[in-house]
Design a protein around this ligand. Structure first.
Ligand SMILES: Nc1ncnc2c1ncn2[C@@H]1O[C@H](COP(=O)(O)OP(=O)(O)O)[C@@H](O)[C@H]1O
Ligand SMILES: [Mg+2]
Length: 277
């Protein structure tokens, strides 16, 4: 099967900062590709390249096996690559329906009497969200009344509805409480079940492991590893992601500071972080 999207030996510099170097990965239909790494690892730079926001300095981007240069985000979207950025681009005071269609509203009647088809829009919104497992009481309620997790879900449902073949999610769970993160992880699985190729960016291996088919780990812009799920255990992923060495160092440092021995295993086994990035 041809990969939906692939990067080969991608590199990007910002002045003196090497944001990415020699990164390769593939996105396949019905799979979740997780991109993991700490702050500054180059995760956002990578997805900006995949979504046409930033041009790489080096390497190749291929869509369905063909090398392409994306002219911009609109070009990427036209080719079926949808990105849900961290700030979501939703308007809190507008209804869920309006946010769902933002700029693609169904209309009825013909010019000059053409107007927003509120009924159809509300029905589609309700149906699409139901398919993602969200039962809406009222699609006309403002998006601002939804929880963070539900808002992410609306953004995901919207992208899937408008035909995303590749869905890129930049840290969709990092600002959420544990329960809400679970909601979003469930929608990631739904999107995958519908055949979408999902790119899930996170710094949290506890969020990535349950849903990922493939794990790409970055550290300061460099690839640390690229593992299929069958090739890595949860513990190994946590280890590879935090860097066993860094963790030992931190442990030692804390030891010196506090004058007693902290349990490294407690650090490794910490629950999904609920705090913002
Ligand atoms: N527009 C930019 N100008 C200069 N440096 C940038 C820019 N965007 C990112 N960087 C730098 O590139 C590196 C990777 O950043 P980023 O891709 O945002 O990492 P992540 O999303 O994993 O935290 C960081 O050192 C960051 O400071
Ligand atoms: Mg980032």
């Amino acid at each position: 099967m041809t990969d939906l999207l692939e990067v080969r030996n991608i590199g990007k510099r910002y002045g003196n900062v090497l944001a990415l170097r020699d990164v390769s990965m593939a996105v396949r239909s019905g799979e979740v590709t997780c991109v993991l790494g700490d702050n500054g690892a180059g995760k956002s730079t990578l997805i900006k390249i995949l979504s046409g926001v930033v041009q790489p300095d080096e390497g190749q981007l291929l869509i369905a096996g063909r090398p392409v240069a994306l002219a911009g985000p609109r070009d990427a979207l036209d080719r079926g690559i949808a990105t849900v950025f961290q700030d979501l681009a939703m308007i809190p005071l507008l209804s869920i329906t309006r946010n769902f269609f933002l700029g693609n509203e169904p209309t009825k009647g013909s010019w000059p009497l053409r107007r927003f088809d509120r009924r159809t829009a509300a029905r589609i919104t309700r149906e699409q969200l139901a398919q993602m497992g969200i039962a809406l009481r009222d699609p006309s309620q403002p998006v601002g009344t939804l929880s963070g997790g539900e808002r992410q879900s609306v953004a995901i449902a919207r992208a899937v509805y408008f035909g995303a073949k590749v869905l890129i999610l930049d840290e969709p769970t990092s600002a959420l409480a544990i329960k809400q993160a679970g909601v979003v992880l469930r929608y990631i699985i739904r999107a995958r079940e519908q055949g979408t190729g999902v790119v899930f960016i996170t710094h949290n291996p506890h969020h990535a492991y349950p849903v990922g088919d493939q794990f790409v780990i970055l550290n300061r812009g460099r690839p640390v590893g690229n593992y299929p799920r069958s090739g890595i255990s949860r513990e190994e992923l946590i280890q590879a992601m935090s860097g066993g060495h860094d963790l030992e160092e931190l442990s030692h440092e804390l030891e010196l500071l506090s004058g007693h021995r902290p349990a490294t295993s407690a650090l490794q086994g910490s629950p999904p972080s609920a705090g913002p990035d």
